[in-house]
Design a protein around this ligand. Structure first.
Ligand code: 5AD
Ligand code: SF4
Length: 438
């Protein structure tokens, strides 16, 4: 017997929420003597933190699990776990189809992982427990750089017709204000200068605070008062939860960065209705107008689904029109894929070629807008928070206020510094800049 630390390999699929969850799981297992490794072959435990939102997610997980078979055969003590939304959605089916799996844990049960790894035999936990998992997860020990995510809200009550999140992540739950402020202050005391508040429906935040439930705007204002916390962001939002107070916060708070991801999914009222989005294209455009009035230089991002069941050429053109009217700084677009258990999955799908052709056209338009938005930054003065050194000597890399990746020539630059730069050039995926001396 040796008491060498056990090694944990985590593969993370999908969203930022999962990236955050993987870090917290690694910490929870750290308390049981696990250290993380980048090499699956040397692991004592392999954890797949899965995502179920698009495409053939479950099948991909099953085929990844199949690929772990030789590893398990070579090392029978190897523990294999499935976490995340596929774990939640598939549950016992995973143990049935993949006997090599030892544990299945849903997103609401991560705090139980340390007990689960010590259990003999197979374990499964996909409950939605009453207790707050965050209260039971250890404090973060490792911080990578000056930016951090902080989950303030989980779950979603919106039930868009295509989406699994309300089923896999459950109902909206907001973490209490006091805890979040403590965590934010702790992050800042350990060098964090930018915090992104995370939630599946983050602007629906309604956490318990002084005098009752606080909305996201009030939480942001309070966080903006934390000394040393220079930048705040939040994601992902629903248009119907962008209230006046939150829009006002964009005008008021210099710490709140001029970037907003606000998914619209479609520009056709008929499709928006079928998607159960509960707003029209005109209402979205009106909202964008109000947000831009509050913060004129805000860069907007969105999500789109093309090929939703019943989408006609005219519906798709309405989406293209909406994009032409908004001028997004960037956007994600996806081909619709049926998620079992969602209402849209009952409806007949469009031919794949039709959806593919539309996706291609939409992405071309979005790319054009993204290039234009980047190009428009050239010559401007913006803030950049250095996250790491660049590949070239004397180069620093960070994100601008508008979330563009920026390469700055700055031989004396330090990771964690927030500097003013002038943008000198735009390339495909990043901007180049020079530091403006103080
Ligand atoms: N098919 C395609 N895209 C989807 N999304 C969510 N569910 C589906 C689906 N079934 C997209 C939405 C959402 C983003 C996170 O993923 O655009 O905003
Ligand atoms: Fe899914 Fe977002 Fe709709 Fe909620 S608001 S159901 S997370 S797409």
């Amino acid at each position: 017997m040796t008491d060498a630390p056990k090694k944990l390999f985590i593969k993370t699929y999908g969203c930022q929420m999962n990236v955050y969850d993987s870090e917290r799981m690694a910490e929870a297992l750290g308390a049981k003597g696990y250290v993380t490794t980048e090499v699956a072959e040397e692991a004592d435990m392999v954890l797949l933190n899965t995502c179920h939102i698009r495409e053939k997610a479950a099948e991909k997980v099953y085929s990844d699990l199949g690929r772990l078979r030789p590893l398990k055969q070579a090392k029978p003590d190897l523990k294999i776990g499935v976490a995340g939304c596929v774990a939640q959605a598939e549950g016992e089916e995973i143990l049935r189809r993949m006997p090599l799996v030892d544990l299945v844990v849903g997103p609401q049960s991560y705090h139980r992982l340390p007990e689960m790894v010590e259990a003999k035999g197979k374990v499964i936990d996909t409950d939605f427990p009453e207790e707050d998992k965050f209260e039971h997860l250890p404090e973060r020990k490792t911080l990578k750089g000056p930016t951090a995510f902080l989950t303030v809200q989980e779950g979603c009550d919106k039930f868009c017709a295509f989406c699994v999140v309300p089923y896999t992540r459950g109902a909206e739950v907001s973490r209490p204000v006091g805890r979040l402020l403590t965590e934010a202050r702790d992050l800042v005391s350990r060098g964090v200068r930018e915090i992104t508040l995370l939630g599946q429906n983050v602007n629906g935040y309604h956490g318990e605070g002084e005098g009752g439930a606080w909305g996201l705007a009030r939480l942001l204002r309070e966080m903006a008062g934390i000394e040393g916390l220079e930048r705040l962001r939040y994601t992902t939002s629903h248009p119907n939860d962008m209230d006046d107070d939150l829009i006002a916060a964009h005008a008021e708070l210099p710490q709140l960065m001029p970037y907003l991801h606000l998914p619209v999914q479609s520009g056709s009222d008929r499709i928006l209705k079928a998607m159960n989005r509960k707003h029209t294209a005109a209402e979205y455009l009106h909202l964008i107008g109000r947000i831009r009035a509050a913060r004129p230089d805000i860069l907007l991002s969105s999500d789109f689904i093309v090929g939703f069941p019943g989408e006609t050429e005219e519906d798709f053109e309405a989406t293209m029109d909406l994009v032409r009217q908004v001028h997004f700084g960037q956007a994600f677009s996806f081909k619709y894929s049926a998620r079992p258990g969602t209402p849209a999955a009952e409806k007949p799908e469009l031919p794949a070629e039709v959806a593919d052709a539309r996706l291609y056209r939409l992405q071309a338009l979005i790319t054009e807008q993204q290039r234009a938005a980047q190009q428009a930054m050239v010559g401007r003065e913006v803030g950049v928070l250095y996250e790491k050194t660049g590949r070239l000597p004397g180069q620093m890399v960070g994100k601008s206020d508008h979330l563009h990746a920026v390469h700055v020539t700055d031989p004396s630059g330090q990771v964690g510094e927030l500097v003013r730069v002038r943008i000198t050039a735009s390339s495909t995926n990043s901007l180049a800049a020079e530091r403006i001396s103080a």
